[in-house]
Design a protein around this ligand. Structure first.
Ligand SMILES: [Zn+2]
Length: 261
């Protein structure tokens, strides 16, 4: 196991994440050209191309030919990234759409990557492999408190996705081990109806578990397969950019796309 890595958490696994051999589909770290990333190979094989990139991949914003190299590496035709603002705007991408600001991307067009950039915040990928339809959202504490993951699930089901087929993937983010928050942030989560166990007291300070908070939202929407990398960006500073460890402008890319197109 990598330095600082925790055991991956598989919340609420159902048969969507079980292969024919009964094994749970789990994240693996792989490389493709200049890109090193975590993905669930069983899902990639089903045509849902996705990845949570590490430090050994170009950081966002991409420079020069890096965007082209990214599209080539994953056989994609285009990508959409947003200026993220810790809100709940989620854009549905059709032909040639170029939204500028927002924190979520919903895609059913093939060959286009939805990209979310993070440094400690959580990236959640939502997939209905049977439609297919995918979404990717940026969930820091503000977006999580505003329930952006629930909003994304609602937008997908309004457009024909079915929660019983859907699954959620959670990328590396700052975890309950390291994410100290103020008491007012904790209170806001409790007032918004989140369960108390997303907060823990560590040596007298309050810690928030972003992944558990989002698992609570996603499970509440009726999705029972949630596959989490379990990786903490602060603990695994060698592998991931961490804002709380001093990264100011660099961001790690995360993406999802439906193969083809
Ligand atoms: Zn940690």
């Amino acid at each position: 196991m990598d330095k600082g890595a925790r055991k991956p958490v598989n919340y609420y696994i159902n048969d969507v994440l079980q292969g024919r051999d009964g094994a749970v589909k789990e994240f693996v770290r792989e490389s493709r050209n200049d890109w090193e990333y975590y993905h669930v190979p069983g899902l990639t094989k089903e045509g849902i191309v996705h990845g949570f990139f590490t430090r050994r991949s170009p950081a966002f914003p991409l420079k020069g030919h890096q965007a082209e190299a990214f599209l080539d590496a994953f056989s994609l035709s285009d990508m959409v990234a947003l200026s993220q603002e810790h809100g709940t705007d989620i854009h549905v991408i059709g032909n040639g759409d170029r939204p500028v600001k927002g924190d979520g991307i919903l895609l059913y067009k093939r060959g286009i990557a939805g990209v979310i950039n993070t440094a400690d915040c959580l990236c959640v990928i939502l997939v209905d492999p049977g439609f297919p339809m995918v979404a990717i959202v940026h969930a820091g504490w503000r977006g999580t408190l505003k329930k952006i993951a629930s909003r994304a699930v609602g937008m997908m089901t309004e457009r024909g996705a079915a929660t019983q087929r859907m699954l959620a993937l959670m990328g590396p983010c700052i975890r309950g081990c390291c994410y100290e928050v103020g008491g007012e942030v904790g209170d806001a989560f409790l007032e918004a109806g989140f369960p108390g166990d997303i907060l823990t007291s560590v040596n007298g300070s309050l810690h928030l578990d972003l992944a558990a908070a989002n698992a609570h939202l996603i499970h509440g929407e009726g999705i029972h397969s949630i596959c989490d990398t379990g990786l903490c960006t602060y603990c695994c500073d060698d592998d991931f950019v961490s804002y709380r460890r001093g990264a100011r402008n660099a961001r790690q890319m995360n993406f999802v796309a439906i193969r083809g197109g």
